[in-house]
Design a binder for this molecule. Structure first.
Ligand SMILES: [Mg+2]
Length: 399
């Protein structure tokens, strides 16, 4: 088997809003096609035009090769070996950030392709199932413009998530900091108000996670006050209370917080997770499978977390491709109690709702394990073409 073609598709949701804070409004989808006609797919979470450039740019010397051109003609049956080669071969542009995020989309596609070639789901290429069913958590971020509407929406969505079959929800409760938007700015007490309202509506059996999206910047004491307030409401973790570069402040917070602290959604490579876990002391590592560098690197982060006795709960705020990827990784990872699952029924993104088919369904108590070959999802070609056209119109020069 050889890699015969690599295609990139920049996609934009027709209803995208530049003022919204949601990376599920656009994506880059990569397809890796073998000479026998099999196609693996992947995606990653960064500016989709930048991702395309990282993949398609030609190389000019041995330490700055092009990702796409390096893969063409190669045997795709050893994705981890190819990862190493691409990581080293793009060192002057890559190693961290966008270059590794883009490599992640290709790595996911290579594992999807290999699973399809072998006729097994990706997770069977890595080991035994560690769970009988999977426990996704529903990420809830109402797009509204007043606090009252936000609480009402969150309570409604929390109840609906429980009806669908979710056993955990994450409340994006952000009222200050860089993610605050649409008139929701307000005092920190609002976070607790939201948790109380949802808890009252959904009962005690649903696990509640809280994400404040960097709301407290560099202020450890303010973050600690929040953690202490949330501890009284049985919150499983508090996500990204501080700006991620401040590892000393994370270390102080993690040592004192009565609630687990989670972070890592923006990081690339296991090397950044070594810092986050060892210097930052974070209890829950949250790799985004595409951004961290694909399955190859995400699995290394899982190994690192296991050695340091930390949990892993991956980030996946994108399309059904990323959700399917997280499900594959969760299947073989015992210390992954939840994974992020943006419910199609409870989000605004048409890309999330419509791009892929054949998603996992809830059975009694959770999601059934993935059994179809590869990632187990297929692109809807009509949606792909429609959203690619929206992207072309939005950026006529670069796409
Ligand atoms: Mg987050």
């Amino acid at each position: 088997m050889k890699i015969a073609d690599i295609r990139t598709h920049v996609l934009l949701d027709p209803g995208y809003d530049r003022e919204a804070t949601s990376s599920a409004q656009d994506t880059i989808v990569v397809e890796v096609e073998s000479d026998d006609g099999l196609v693996g797919i992947g995606e990653t979470d960064l500016n989709a035009w930048v991702a395309r450039a990282c993949i398609e740019a030609p190389g000019t010397h041995t330490m700055d090769r092009g990702l796409r051109e390096s893969l063409l003609g190669r045997d795709p049956s050893d994705p981890a070996g190819l990862w190493e080669e691409l990581y080293v071969g793009t060192a002057m542009t890559g190693r961290r950030g966008a270059g590794v995020h883009a490599l992640g989309a290709l790595d996911i596609a290579l594992w999807d392709l290999l699973g399809k070639a072998e006729g097994v789901p990706c997770w069977r290429l890595w080991g035994e199932a560690a769970h009988e069913t999977l426990t996704p958590y529903a990420s809830l971020q109402p797009e509204v413009s007043s606090f009252d509407a936000y609480v009402e929406s969150m309570v409604g969505w929390g109840s609906r998530a429980r009806e669908i079959g979710f056993r955990a929800v994450k409340l994006e409760a952000t009222f200050s900091g860089p993610y605050v938007h649409k008139g929701l700015a307000g005092p920190d007490e609002r976070v607790v108000e939201v948790v109380q309202s949802v808890r009252a509506a959904v009962g005690t059996e649903l696990t509640i996670l809280v994400d404040v999206q960097y709301a407290f910047g560099r202020d450890v004491e303010r973050a600690l006050r929040m953690a202490e307030a949330l501890a009284e409401h049985d919150v499983f973790f508090l996500e990204t209370p501080l700006w991620p570069d401040d590892l000393e402040r994370y270390a102080e917070l993690c040592a004192r917080s009565p609630v687990r602290i989670a972070a890592g959604e923006w990081l690339s490579t296991r090397h950044e997770f070594v810092d986050l876990v060892e210097r930052g002391g974070v209890q829950v590592a949250q790799p985004d499978i595409g951004r961290v560098g694909g399955f190859t690197e995400a699995r290394r982060v899982c190994d690192l977390a296991a050695r340091r006795e930390r949990l892993v709960v991956p980030h996946a705020w994108k399309t059904g491709i990323s959700v399917a990827a997280a499900a594959q990784l969760a299947t073989v990872t015992p210390h992954m109690p939840f994974f992020e699952f943006l419910p199609a029924e409870l989000c605004e993104s048409r890309l999330r709702k419509a791009l892929v088919q054949d998603e996992l369904v809830f059975s009694e108590g959770g999601l059934g394990l993935p059994e179809k070959p590869g990632l187990g999802v297929e692109l809807d070609r009509g949606v792909l073409a429609e959203f690619a056209e929206v992207a072309r119109r939005a950026a006529p020069v670069t796409s």
